[in-house]
Design a protein around this ligand. Sequence first.
Ligand code: ADP
Length: 491
Amino acid sequence: MYMHTHLHHHHNPFLILLSVGVAAFASYTALDLVNCVTTTKGKWKWPWLAGGAIAMGVGIWSMHFVGMLAFHVPGLEIYYDLPLLLLSIVVAILSSALALYVVSYLQPTVMTYVAGSLTMGFAIAGMHYIGIWSMRMSASIIWDKLFVVLSIGVAVTASYLALFIAFRLRNKKAFEGYADRCFGGLLMGIAISGMHYTAMGAMQLIPDSSHVVINPNDLLASDGVAAGVLIATVLILGLALTGTSIERSLIKKTILNETLQASIKSRDDFFSVISHELRTPLTSIKMQNELIVRSILKKQVDETKILTMLEKSGKHIDRINRLVDDFLDVSRMSSGKLSLQRENFDIVLLINEVIDRHRPFLDEAGCEVFFQNNSSIIGCWDKFRIEQVITNLLTNAAKYAPGSPVNISVAEINKCIQIRVKDQGIGIVEEDQQRIFQRFERVLGNEDKRGLGLGLYITHEILQMHHGKISVNSGLNRGAEFIVELPLSPT
Ligand code: ADP
């Protein structure tokens, strides 16, 4: 047995504070990088991961090293073995790469959490103890085993916390989540520092110069070294943050550019579709007019013939009117200027009226409509707008399912009504089923059918204003069933 006396050590409080600050800054940068790696696509993902791992690794390592430099023993000079110190940096970078990989590529399952926090925790603890191992001094270390185990526990817990926060924030839109990342970074910074200072608490030094071999290349710990490491770290982290902010502004620019291109294209499409849609009826009207003028000039007025021509023109004018109404509706809906005029009425009666009004059109399309509902259902809606909804669905059925029956039903369920309009036509493939409710969206291959792709958009908006909704049940060549749900009253 031999007696030894512990060397009294103390920590430089200023350096401790700085080390915690660096840890928080590194954590913030890490969260920022995770966001960038996650949102970046394609070949730029890997360079981001590599650069991010270096910045984050150096950040975490630097927290530990500054924490070690804060450790003072009066009268004892502490040197560091450079190769071992470098090894500890490499371990820090590798464990950061692992962390970035886990949160950027994997799903947050229990397995990911368990495996991720264990590996990262042990890697961080490894980095720390390699750092201690690189210490060269006239003293040897006595370990408090309980504290060593505790420090590894804290490292694993800190890693778990880091994964948790990073998974939460990784998909936040690049331009949001700033405050969350600050808070997350602070929390992670404190957790990482907690690991370090727990591990330092596990150490007791006793004077012992028997083993000490100081190499000429060994680094003598000093406040100057601490300052150098801190400045270098801040520069590296700053560089990483500059990188992420440049990346973000590039992404922002690309998105802006794409939106601009898309809106220019949709404007061009709009003009070409409108011109096409208007030209057909206008040409017809002009032709009918010329025929009428010619027959008057030739004094060969056949009244019945002229009447038929005028009726035809009237239909074309109706069509132009409907188009203009649709445009007005769309423009009012987009600017939020459309308001509802609610009144109590019977939906069953309204559906019957719409069917009757469109009888000629339905007959022409060869569509027999089946709607049987004897009891009335009264609700408080905008009659004109709900009529538009039913008209759109019914005329679409006749348009896209000519020659086959159309079934309409309406039922009252839980203070709501459910209207179903079912046809047996070409149907709509799944990929298009969401899109068709947006402005100007049509299914490709429908070019032979006239339309602007506004009917379902208007329908959808009207229903939304009534706090209702619309969905479609369909598949290619399986017919289409549109289901409308509408609350009976506004409340
Ligand atoms: P439009 O009929 O003027 O093109 P809509 O907004 O009414 O515009 O419909 C959008 C698209 O949805 C149509 O172009 C069509 O491809 C598809 N669609 C709508 N109703 C049906 C239906 N009953 N059967 C099959 N496809 C439909």
